[in-house]
Design a protein around this ligand. Structure first.
Ligand SMILES: [Zn+2]
Length: 246
């Protein structure tokens, strides 16, 4: 073992001092991307920024009515969300985030840390401004809030049979929100609310129901005033779900 380590180190040193360095220093366990690399296995009891990054990716895999707190503490709720994520993608479901789980996440994410089926450009229309400016929070915060929603939506679309979800409204500045008749307390102004439009599938009520186990506290659908042509999903601290026609 030690011999192998020594010869590996010499090879690396040779590579550094020589001209060919590319490749040799790449991690043997592959597949991190330009976004974030987990360097250790995470399980209950762990804490840190890498736990928060994991929590963002599995926040859409909660039980109905639950919302995962992104607090960097790997407790039972995080373990259960990881377990559901693993089962959802056909991995061994042990609630421990190791190489298989991380490799699946790397597979699911783009270099800008968004999930592969969603992009910032779908959420930043902002009445034609194409940015995250002018809301109730800084543009950087709004963008990060939107990224978190994207991961919840990535889980939701997978659970709905890998059907595309159509974003009809994402972030809105305060003035954009009032010009489209949004509520004065609308979560769209902080990047914490998103509207999903209708398509051939999934149905409006299927989307509304799926939102319950994707961590959304605000869920408004058919029968709720102004929501007969979309489903509104949002993150906040208290639960308000309404879709009288579902
Ligand atoms: Zn909305």
């Amino acid at each position: 073992m030690r011999r192998r380590l020594v010869s590996l180190l010499s090879a690396v040193l040779l590579a550094i001092t020589g001209s060919v360095t590319v490749g040799v220093l790449a991690p043997a366990t592959a597949a991190a991307d330009g976004c974030f690399t987990w360097n250790r296995t995470l399980q209950q009891g762990a804490s840190g920024a890498d736990v928060t990054q994991l929590q963002i990716r599995v926040a859409g895999w909660v039980a109905s009515g639950e919302s995962l707190s992104l607090d960097g503490q790997y407790g039972p709720a995080t373990a259960n969300a990881v377990r559901r994520f693993q089962a959802g993608y056909g991995l061994g479901a042990d609630g421990i985030a190791g190489p298989q789980t991380f490799n699946k996440i790397y597979e699911l994410q783009d270099d800008d840390c968004t999930p592969i089926h969603f992009a910032y450009g779908e959420f930043d229309d902002n009445c034609g401004a194409n940015n995250f400016n002018g809301g109730r929070v800084s543009a950087a915060t709004a963008r990060e809030n939107i990224r978190r929603i994207m991961w919840q939506l990535e889980a939701m679309r997978h659970k709905l049979g890998d059907r595309a979800l159509v974003i009809t409204s994402g972030f809105r500045s305060v003035s954009c929100n009032s010009s489209v008749g949004g509520s004065s307390t609308s979560l769209h102004m902080s990047g914490q609310g998103v509207d999903l439009g209708l398509s051939s599938a999934p149905s409006q009520c299927q989307m509304w129901n799926a939102g319950k186990s994707a961590g959304f506290e605000e869920l408004l659908g058919p029968g709720y005033p102004g929501h007969n042509d979309h489903v509104h999903v949002g993150n906040k601290s208290s639960q308000s779900w309404s879709a009288p026609n579902c």
